[in-house]
Design a protein around this ligand. Structure first.
Ligand code: FHF
Ligand code: ZN
Length: 184
């Protein structure tokens, strides 16, 4: 199972690489890795497993965060309306996005970042994503608000981008233009 010892931390160059596309169909090994990534998220949100293995709770995980420079990500969370988003995805791509932006008033954190980085992270309020899921089905997801933010955080990892790259260094808490504030 994946534990915190497998999570690559800031400073490791793999986090700054543009990850490779996964050739379709994915190999059994790639599917296994992605399944393990999704299982990490579920385990990290289970109080007993989280305590026993000292996991840090997460809602998303991108393959570069376990040292695998391939375009794979997992998410597991419920949104404000209790809708469950639980996916392992290959080659996710934002095919369209809103002009409007959104940001979490509590800022963001990252499993690969062992420090608090204060500030607003402006992201698109709505995105449409195409990808291939663990069962090999092409999926098209229309996401808004918190769900849109989580997927953008993960897709950024596939492009070597960290959440704090988006924070204004001069004024971390400047209200982003044309953005809605989301309380998480
Ligand atoms: C997290 N944790 O999952 C954060 C970090 C906005 O690339 O959000 O680095 F576990 C992926 C309910 C509410 C249950 C919040 C995307 C953040 C992605 C993981 N925890 C939570 C929860 C959480 C990162 N990451 C602080 C670890
Ligand atoms: Zn992250």
């Amino acid at each position: 199972m994946i534990t915190m010892k497998d999570i690559v931390r800031e400073g490791n160059p793999v986090l700054r690489e543009v990850a490779d596309e996964v050739e379709m169909p994915p190999s059994e090994e790639e599917k296994e890795t992605l399944g393990e990534m999704l299982q990490y998220l579920k385990n990290s949100q289970d109080e007993q497993i989280c305590d026993r293995y000292s996991l840090r709770p997460g809602v998303g995980l991108a393959a570069p965060q376990i040292g695998v420079s391939k375009r794979m990500l997992a998410v597991h969370f419920t949104d404000f309306n209790d809708k469950l988003y639980s996916y392992g995805l290959f080659n996710p791509k934002i095919v369209s996005h809103s002009v409007e932006k959104a940001y979490l008033t509590s800022g963001e954190g990252c499993l690969s970042v062992d420090r608090e980085v204060p500030g607003y992270v402006p992201r698109y309020a709505r995105v449409t994503i195409k990808a291939v899921d663990l069962e090999g089905n092409e999926v098209k997801l229309r996401l808004r608000d918190f769900a849109a933010i989580v997927f953008q955080h993960e897709i950024d990892h596939l492009n070597g981008v960290m959440f704090y790259d988006h924070i204004d260094p001069d004024n971390p808490f400047k209200e982003p233009e044309n953005a809605k504030a989301l309380d998480h």
